[in-house]
Design a protein around this ligand. Structure first.
Ligand SMILES: O=C(O)[C@H](O)[C@@H](O)[C@H](O)[C@H](O)COP(=O)(O)O
Length: 277
């Protein structure tokens, strides 16, 4: 089966059809962090109950700091960490010990503080080229789909992660899918790479849009004034004249999309005054 559904989702964004997503807008970063931790813990519990495992993909940036409450009570004790399998929706092509590494960020701030099984942490190979690391990573994911650690989508031939967590840049990029970049057109691969990222560092590995849109759950977490315009362009109906920002094309085919925003990032939304309880 091809990726026709993903193309349909793309054209829905272009034609301005109202998108199916939940907005969670918070007064403070503290409230947002608590809600994000609750959301992740609930999805983990549901997935472990249903499948016995929880396959979660992380991104880099401020998202990881905002997940920090997961390391604290009650989550550090109540989450079934041994059932977590960790992946990266995108990674910078640098050594794992490099300050720019998304793996290092997650390890330092989150993974080293909770009892995750080290062999369940599927980071990207940092000792080969971007192209080889991409092939390696897709191979690893294919093996884990075969062994059902990751489900497979019934409507695309993509893996179906239980949760993909994305940050969003001020230009509306998610993972390493940048606006007006040919990486947005990649449909036949699960994982791809770029060597000309507008955000440093230039070499990056990323899930493709079909993989993101095949997940059971996708969350986009964006905070601060600098994200307000991109959030507006991604969340609100922009008509058909403008090319959609990458975050606007994140529309899970069958899964659920939740946006976590603070008031600053939501300040330009058509209904951005609605703060979550
Ligand atoms: O490796 C990366 O650079 C990311 O995965 C990228 O997609 C990030 O999530 C956004 O740029 C938002 O980052 P901030 O939340 O730090 O602005």
């Amino acid at each position: 089966m091809g990726f026709d559904g993903v193309e349909l989702v793309g054209s829905m964004a272009l034609s301005g059809v109202r998108k199916d997503r939940e907005l969670r807008i918070h007064e403070s970063l503290d409230e947002l962090s608590t809600d994000l931790a609750d959301y992740i813990a609930e999805l983990s519990e549901a997935s472990v109950k249903e499948r016995g495992v929880f396959a979660i993909a992380l991104s880099g940036g401020s998202l990881i700091g905002l997940m920090g409450k997961l390391c604290e009570a009650p989550y550090n004790k109540t989450v079934d960490w041994a059932k977590w399998y960790i992946f990266w929706a995108d990674e910078r092509v640098v050594a794992k010990s490099h300050v720019d590494s998304n793996y290092k960020l997650a390890k330092d701030r989150l993974l080293s503080k909770v009892p995750i099984i080290p062999s369940h942490v599927h980071s990207i190979n940092d000792s080969v080229s971007a192209e080889e690391a991409t092939d390696d990573y897709e191979f690893v994911i294919r093996q884990l789909v075969k062994s059902r650690v990751i489900s497979v989508s019934d409507i695309s031939d993509c893996p179906k992660f239980d949760l993909i967590l994305l940050g969003m840049g001020p230009d509306g990029h998610v993972a390493s899918l940048f606006p007006n970049h040919s990486v947005l057109e990649k449909k036949d691969e699960w994982v791809t790479f770029i060597t000309d990222s507008p955000k440093s560092p230039p070499e990056r590995i990323t899930f493709t849009l079909p993989v993101i849109n095949s997940a059971s759950n996708v969350a986009i977490v964006a905070t601060g004034d600098s994200k307000a315009e991109a959030a507006h362009m991604a969340v609100d109906d922009m008509g058909s004249d403008l090319p959609p920002v990458p975050a606007a094309i994140v529309q899970p085919l069958k899964g659920k999309l939740v946006w976590f925003l603070d008031k600053a990032a939501a300040s330009k939304l058509d209904d951005g005054t609605q703060v979550s309880a």
